[in-house]
Design a protein. Structure first.
Length: 430
């Protein structure tokens, strides 16, 4: 690789502008570690004059990122727009076809089009790097591709969304509502100020699960519809009850091989306060891998915010500058297998069920009888009356049951006029 390297940064949101500043201020450090001189020759965003945290040279600004390819010689392009299709995909696609290395934190793009883009990169003998797409500053993808390359991994799981983890932690710490803590997260830059939906509904974590699955199991990125739930419906009441039970609520992403079939899911889980995962709080992410012969490996670090993300983006840049031309998913795209999908109806968990009911005779027995009908046995039951409002809260912890059983059972409760709102279900993870 030549000594002078031209860079382009497309997308100047929180991550893009922070990255740009890092590239400018760390030029000498990068040259010291790689022997290469970097020069940012092009930047692009929707709005040239938008107020941003860091300044940049407006002489190299392109409103249309596609014009970069016509007017400037670029060796490495950073895509930080963040959409799964449209201009994000177009920019990456053209760059790879023009034999330009691409680095991106865009998990939506990789989880949807990773198979296709990886083949493009391989065909053109350039890198497609996306370390920053999963778990912020934690080098989890490089660990799987390189450090654990000879291990047979059978399970990857953990806390993959720093925004959700921060909100759940602060609801407990401050004894405050979901909506109030979300506003705080937005003010601190941990959640998108406009529409934080993808962080909260589980999609962000699920995109990361799909990328992890591909790397861990040497398979094509899955397109199967899977169980995905976020934290939008978690109430302070559930966090308070969990606390009394010695439990915490965490949004977990899980990918594992069950009977040589792929099982991927994201949903809130109740975990023990004494467990490792139960003590990963704030914006921290944690990824746990189970494999042979390594056993269990744990990586933890900040997973939200432009700082950790930029750290991973620069790590990818240094890898390219050192001449490491690698397969995006660790093995050749043609060698990635397709795998059958595990039937989510067979997924087994103990359940936390919360019912808000009218406080009248027969309501509790009706609930327990219906659970028994679906062979769901009760492990623990807590009933808290609200005499003033003639209501009661019933919390039931069940023994293990299948997803199909719990879904069929809960659908019946929705028609009961004595149950004042849809029953709350949170799975226990152990």
């Amino acid at each position: 690789m030549k000594k002078n390297i031209n860079l382009a940064v497309v997308g100047l949101g929180q991550v893009g502008i922070y990255l740009l500043n890092e590239l400018i201020t760390k030029k000498k450090e990068i040259e010291l570690k790689t022997g290469k001189k970097i020069n940012v020759v092009a930047v692009s965003a929707k709005n040239k004059n938008k107020k941003r945290k860091f300044r940049f040279d407006k002489k190299i600004f392109f409103k249309d990122p596609l014009n970069i390819f016509k007017n400037t010689k670029v060796d490495v392009l950073f895509e930080a727009i963040g959409t799964s299709d449209g201009i994000s995909k177009k920019v990456v696609e053209i760059a790879l076809k023009k034999k330009i290395h691409v680095i991106t934190p865009n998990k939506a793009l990789i989880s949807k089009h990773g198979n296709y883009l990886a083949k493009l990169a391989e065909d053109n003998k350039v890198n497609l790097e996306f370390e920053a797409s999963v778990a912020g500053g934690i080098p989890i993808l490089r660990s799987i591709k390189e450090g654990l390359a000879t291990n047979k991994i059978n399970k990857v799981y953990g806390i993959l969304n720093g925004t959700s983890n921060y909100i759940l932690s602060e609801m407990e710490n401050l004894n405050d509502s979901f909506s109030n803590v979300l506003k705080k997260a937005q003010a601190l830059g941990y959640a998108e100020p406009g529409n934080p939906k993808l962080d909260l509904n589980g999609f962000d974590a699920f995109a990361k699960v799909r990328i992890l699955s591909s790397l861990a199991f040497n398979i094509k990125i899955s397109k199967h519809k899977c169980l995905m739930e976020g934290i939008e419906n978690i109430e302070l009441k559930d966090i308070e009850i969990a606390n009394k039970l010695g439990l915490r609520i965490k949004l977990l992403g899980i990918s594992e091989l069950k009977n040589n079939q792929l099982f991927e899911t994201v949903h809130p889980c109740l975990v023990s306060k004494k467990s490792y995962i139960g003590n990963v709080n704030g914006v921290m992410n944690a990824v746990i891998l189970e494999g042979k012969p390594v056993g269990e490996s744990v990586l933890q670090g900040e997973g939200a915010g432009p700082g950790p993300t930029s750290s991973s983006l620069l790590s990818d840049l240094l890898s390219i500058l050192r001449g490491n031309i690698k397969k995006p998913f660790g093995v050749a795209n043609s060698k990635l297998k397709k795998i059958k999908h595990y039937n989510v109806n067979n997924y087994v968990n103990s359940l936390y069920l919360r019912f808000e009911v009218k406080d009248k005779p027969g309501v509790l027995s009706k609930i327990t009888n219906r659970l028994a009908k679906f062979r769901i046995s009760i492990k623990q039951l807590i009933q808290t009356p609200d005499k003033k409002n003639n209501k009661a809260t019933i919390v039931i912890i069940t023994h293990k049951t299948t997803e199909l059983n719990s879904n069929n059972c809960l659908s019946i409760f929705k028609k009961d006029k004595n149950i004042l709102q849809s029953p709350k279900l949170i799975r226990l993870y152990s």
